[in-house]
Ligand binder design. Structure first.
Ligand SMILES: [Zn+2]
Length: 259
């Protein structure tokens, strides 16, 4: 009798472990810096099912594409944390290579994308002139925007998307732009230009707001564990606990945004 109970326990114990593994999935994240403003572009996938997504394609991403092809990953989604050119410039190229991939933007972001060049010219003439004078950034204000297609899916707050056994949750995080989205999966947050190591994104571009970015960042601080890794749109990786206590611009209980 005793033996039987142990056998049952071992059986249930084993299946419980297997269910836990299957439920959480095995997150793999690869990263490539690209484009004239050194944008962090990310490839993430479930190692078990090979379902994959790209976040922020700011230019050519040959290394990530090679990894997708060599490992026969099933690229399901292109996500953009926001639709500024330095985060979507490489999108048309990837759509051509992977015609079944679903493009996902926030609706307001996509609408504003077509207005930004004119808006910047009128409201931030110095920035516009600086871009025109920069050999690297000139193309950002002269692009043929018609090659950037309407998304297949509009991203909103608190949606979930699946990659195999992984679950990606969206946080609508306005402030750097009107409809910035952060993506949370496993113990990682892809924070776009909302939260950086030691700072936050600029708030003077179309749709930006100091008050809104502070609220967005404080919500991330409040809802995510301190151990959450933060993979931003530019610069170094960090984690929620570090930013909560050390970020000079938005702390848990204080806001001192400068620009
Ligand atoms: Zn950016």
């Amino acid at each position: 009798m005793k033996k039987k109970i142990w056998r049952l326990f071992i059986l249930f114990g084993l299946s419980f472990l297997l269910i836990l593994c299957a439920k959480s999935g095995e997150l793999v994240v690869l990263h490539q810096v690209t484009g004239p403003i050194d944008t962090n572009c990310y490839l993430l996938y479930d190692a078990q099912t090979k379902e994959a997504a790209l976040i922020d394609i700011g230019g050519p991403i040959d290394t990530l594409v090679a990894h997708i092809q060599e490992n026969e990953l099933d690229l399901k989604y292109i996500f953009a944390t926001h639709v500024h050119m330095d985060h979507v410039e490489g999108v048309p190229q990837i759509q051509e290579m992977f015609p079944d991939v679903l493009l996902c933007y926030n609706k307001k972001e996509y609408e504003n994308f077509f207005i930004i060049p004119e808006w910047t010219k009128e409201n931030l003439p110095d920035l516009y002139a600086a871009m025109l004078n920069s050999p690297d950034l000139k193309k950002y204000v002269e692009y043929d925007l018609s090659i950037f297609t309407e998304p297949d899916i509009y991203l909103e707050d608190n949606q979930t998307y699946r990659l195999g056994n992984l679950e990606i949750r969206t946080f609508l995080s306005p402030g750097h732009s009107a409809g910035s989205i952060c993506f949370h999966v496993g113990d990682v947050l892809f924070s776009g230009d909302v939260l950086f190591h030691g700072g936050v994104g600029r708030t003077d571009i179309l749709g930006g707001s100091k008050e809104k970015i502070a609220k967005s960042v404080q919500r991330l601080y409040a809802e995510l564990p301190d151990s959450t890794k933060v993979y931003p749109g530019h610069g170094e990786f960090t984690d929620i606990g570090t930013e909560k206590t050390e970020n000079e611009e938005v702390r848990m209980d204080a806001v001192t945004i400068k620009n």
